[in-house]
Design a protein around this ligand. Sequence first.
Ligand SMILES: *[C@@H]1O[C@H](CO)[C@@H](O)[C@H](O)[C@H]1NC(C)=O
Ligand SMILES: *[C@@H]1O[C@H](CO)[C@@H](O)[C@H](O)[C@H]1NC(C)=O
Ligand SMILES: *[C@@H]1O[C@H](CO)[C@@H](O)[C@H](O)[C@H]1NC(C)=O
Ligand SMILES: *[C@@H]1O[C@H](CO)[C@@H](O)[C@H](O)[C@H]1NC(C)=O
Ligand SMILES: *[C@@H]1O[C@H](CO)[C@@H](O)[C@H](O)[C@H]1NC(C)=O
Ligand SMILES: *[C@@H]1O[C@H](CO)[C@@H](O)[C@H](O)[C@H]1NC(C)=O
Ligand SMILES: *[C@@H]1O[C@H](CO)[C@@H](O)[C@H](O)[C@H]1NC(C)=O
Length: 261
Amino acid sequence: MHPNLFPTTVLCILIVLIFSINVPTTLCLDDFHYTNCSQNFDCSGIETVNYPFWGVNRPDYCGLPGFEVTCQDDVPMITMMQGEYRVINIASATSTLQVAREDYWGNICPQYFYNTTLNFSLFNYASGLMNLTIFYKCNLYQEIPNVPSALSCPINGTNINAYYAVTGSTAVQGLRVMCNSSVIVPIFESVAQALVAGSTNIFDALDEGFELQWRPSNDQCNTCMVSGGQCGYNRTSSQFTCFCKDQPSNAAVCSSKPSGM
Ligand SMILES: *[C@@H]1O[C@H](CO)[C@@H](O)[C@H](O)[C@H]1NC(C)=O
Ligand SMILES: *[C@@H]1O[C@H](CO)[C@@H](O)[C@H](O)[C@H]1NC(C)=O
Ligand SMILES: *[C@@H]1O[C@H](CO)[C@@H](O)[C@H](O)[C@H]1NC(C)=O
Ligand SMILES: *[C@@H]1O[C@H](CO)[C@@H](O)[C@H](O)[C@H]1NC(C)=O
Ligand SMILES: *[C@@H]1O[C@H](CO)[C@@H](O)[C@H](O)[C@H]1NC(C)=O
Ligand SMILES: *[C@@H]1O[C@H](CO)[C@@H](O)[C@H](O)[C@H]1NC(C)=O
Ligand SMILES: *[C@@H]1O[C@H](CO)[C@@H](O)[C@H](O)[C@H]1NC(C)=O
């Protein structure tokens, strides 16, 4: 074996050999980036939160800017364009996550109205979605066909009316003219169909959330993981980094064999 290959590992082995009885093995700590990014995300509401996501007990160098997941009362949350979303599921294999708007969780009467917007350099909508438009403060001077009856929203101490309709329906055009405010929320196409058919309700439909695809590629991360490393990001150099057991690797892969062998 080439003598310069694993200085840290070799040093550790020597230390352990020399002081094999009295020295605690903590002297041979793994690199802290590796250790910290190996931790499971500490939030009971979700099973795994991995690169490019980070947050709570996983420091910012374990993921990319814009992908912080927080944990509020055991609910994983992500902030996108100032809006708060519950993270229902993260699927690394397909680079998709399922989120639901926090302000519409079990609720159709939020205090502030804002449209769902994405930073398209980070996320894109997955396929199989439709937009639901929720209308508020409507002046109903004519009957609109196929629109469920008004929901009453106590907001800021007054009751305002609310209606909803799925994108593309004729009801949307009518309501757009008559209502003073509207909010666009994506829902699954299958849920939209169930909503129109009356086999689900607006609250359950919103709580299902919608699916997003994240744009940054997971290829480097997959290579890093396979080589035994933990994925990370160096904010100083703005580069993907593979945190290997002994040290961060700029090569984005941990080599466990001498190169060329
Ligand atoms: C990382 O891990 C070390 C110990 O392994 C710990 O002292 C440190 O606070 C952790 N967090 C960060 C943000 O580095
Ligand atoms: C409720 O009040 C807040 C604070 O005054 C205001 O910003 C918000 O727009 C109001 N919401 C609605 C739906 O009128
Ligand atoms: C949401 O988008 C629709 C369509 O672009 C717009 O008419 C509406 O005013 C927007 N709502 C808010 C709260 O910005
Ligand atoms: C969108 O994400 C990119 C990449 O992280 C960031 O540079 C940019 O500031 C973000 N845009 C907005 C409007 O937040
Ligand atoms: C929903 O509306 C947003 C704009 O508010 C748009 O970017 C998105 O593509 C729409 N989604 C569908 C499925 O029409
Ligand atoms: C909608 O806005 C108009 C003009 O500001 C106002 O006269 C009307 O009362 C509003 N309608 C509702 C239902 O709030
Ligand atoms: C991050 O990049 C800077 C500049 O290239 C480098 O000096 C530093 O060692 C890197 N940090 C890690 C943890 O890889």
